[in-house]
Design a protein around this ligand. Structure first.
Ligand code: HMG
Ligand code: MG
Length: 286
C-alpha cells in the first residue's frame, strides 16, 4: 500500500558531515555512503558543491561524488548554491541536485551572502542545467519554523518561498526546521499553509532534533500526508551558519519509529546499525 510507504532521504554525508570539526577522509565518507546504500537507503545526499572557504568539510565534493558507487535504485544527490556548483556536480555525475533558499532574510545573508531573491535568481542557471541533463532538483526552504537570527518565521513566508522554488522548476520542496526548535503545533501550522501551494507528493520534511521534537514533528508531517522524510545516520550534523543547531533527526530512530507505526521504509535495521557504528567511529576519531 503506497500510503504506508515512506521514502527516506539520507542527508548524513552532507548535512551531517559538513559540521564536523575533524577532517574526515574522503575514503571514510565513501565507506559511509556504501554502508548507507547497503542498508537500503535509496536517496543519499552525498556532498555539497559549495565554496570550500565557507564549508571546508565539503572541499572534497568532487572526489566524493566521483568515487561513490552507482547502484540501480540509488540516487546520489549534491547540494549546490549556484551555477558553478551545478556545473561541477553534474560533471562529477550527480544524479539529483538540491538548491537551498531560506524563509528568513537574515539566514540567507549568513548562509549564502545574499538576499532570498538573489539566492533564487542564482538557481535559474542551476535549473536550466538540470533540465538539459534531465536531473531532478530539490529545493530546500530553510528556517521554515524558526530562524536563529530572527526567531519565529511566518508560515506565509515559507509558502511564498516554496512557491517560487516550484515556479522555477524544482521537482520537490523540503521544508527545513534548521535549528530544530519547532514544536508540533507550529510545524502543523506551517505545513497546513505550505500544503496549499505544494502538491503533497512533492513535499518533504527536514527536521533537526535540537529540542528532541523531531519524531513528533514527523508524526505531524505524516498526518498531513507527507511521505518523504529526511534524516542523518547517527543524528550527525547541524549547520555551520545556524548557531546552536543540533544534528538532523537520526535515521535509525526514524526507521524504528516508522516501523512501529507500520510504515515501510525498505531499510534494514541491522545493516543500518552497521552504518551507524561506522558513523559514530568517524565522529570520535578526532
Ligand atoms: P560568496 O563569497 O558571496 O560568493 O559566496 P562569490 O561568488 O563571491 O565567490 C567567492 C569564492 O567562492 C570564489 O572563489 C568562488 O569561485 C568560490 P575565490 O575567487 O575567492 O577563490 N565559489 C565556489 N567554490 C566552489 N563551489 C561553488 C562556489 N561558488 C563560489 N559552488 C556562496 C557565496 C553561496 C558560494 C557561499 O556563501 C557558499 O558556498 N555558501 C554555502 C554555505 C553552506 O554550504 N551552508 C550549509 C548548507 S545549507 C544547510 O545546511 C541547510 C539545509 O540543511 C536545510 C536546513 O536544515 O535548513 C540544506
Ligand atoms: Mg539541514
Amino acid at each position: 500500500d503506497d500510503d504506508r510507504t515512506v521514502t527516506l532521504v539520507e542527508v548524513g554525508p552532507r548535512d551531517g558531515l559538513q559540521n564536523e570539526k575533524a577532517v574526515i577522509a574522503t575514503q571514510d565518507k565513501l565507506a559511509l555512503i556504501e554502508r548507507l546504500a547497503d542498508a537500503g537507503l535509496t536517496r543519499i545526499e552525498a556532498t555539497a558543491f559549495v565554496s570550500p572557504k565557507w564549508v571546508p568539510q565539503m572541499a572534497d565534493h568532487d572526489a566524493v561524488m566521483r568515487g561513490a558507487r552507482r547502484r540501480p535504485g540509488l540516487t546520489l544527490s549534491a547540494l549546490v548554491p549556484n551555477e558553478k556548483g551545478a556545473v561541477a556536480a553534474i560533471a562529477a555525475g550527480a544524479q539529483e541536485l538540491a538548491v537551498f533558499a531560506s524563509a528568513s532574510e537574515s539566514f540567507a545573508r549568513e548562509n549564502t551572502n545574499c538576499t532570498i531573491a538573489e539566492s533564487i535568481e542564482r538557481f535559474g542557471p542551476v535549473l536550466a542545467l538540470a533540465r538539459t541533463h534531465r536531473l531532478p532538483v530539490r529545493g530546500y526552504v530553510s528556517c521554515a519554523v524558526d530562524c536563529p537570527y530572527e526567531g519565529p518565521i511566518a508560515p506565509a513566508m515559507v509558502r511564498a518561498v516554496a512557491e517560487r522554488l516550484l515556479d522555477i522548476g524544482c521537482a520537490e520542496i523540503a521544508v527545513a526546521d534548521t535549528i530544530g526548535r519547532g514544536t508540533p503545533e507550529r510545524v502543523d501550522a506551517m505545513l497546513a499553509d505550505v500544503i496549499e501551494a505544494v502538491p503533497i507528493g512533492r513535499l518533504a520534511c527536514h527536521f533537526h532534533d535540537t529540542s528532541g521534537q523531531a519524531l513528533a514533528n514527523i508524526d505531524v508531517a505524516l498526518g498531513h500526508g507527507i511521505r518523504i522524510v529526511d534524516s542523518a545516520i547517527g543524528g550527525l550534523g547541524g549547520c555551520p551558519y545556524a548557531p546552536g543547531a543540533a544534528g538532523n533527526v537520526a535515521t535509525e530512530r526514524v526507521v524504528a519509529h516508522l516501523a512501529s507505526l507500520r510504515y515501510d521504509t525498505g531499510v534494514d535495521p541491522d545493516k543500518l546499525a552497521v552504518a551507524r557504528a561506522f558513523a559514530s567511529g568517524l565522529k570520535t576519531a578526532k
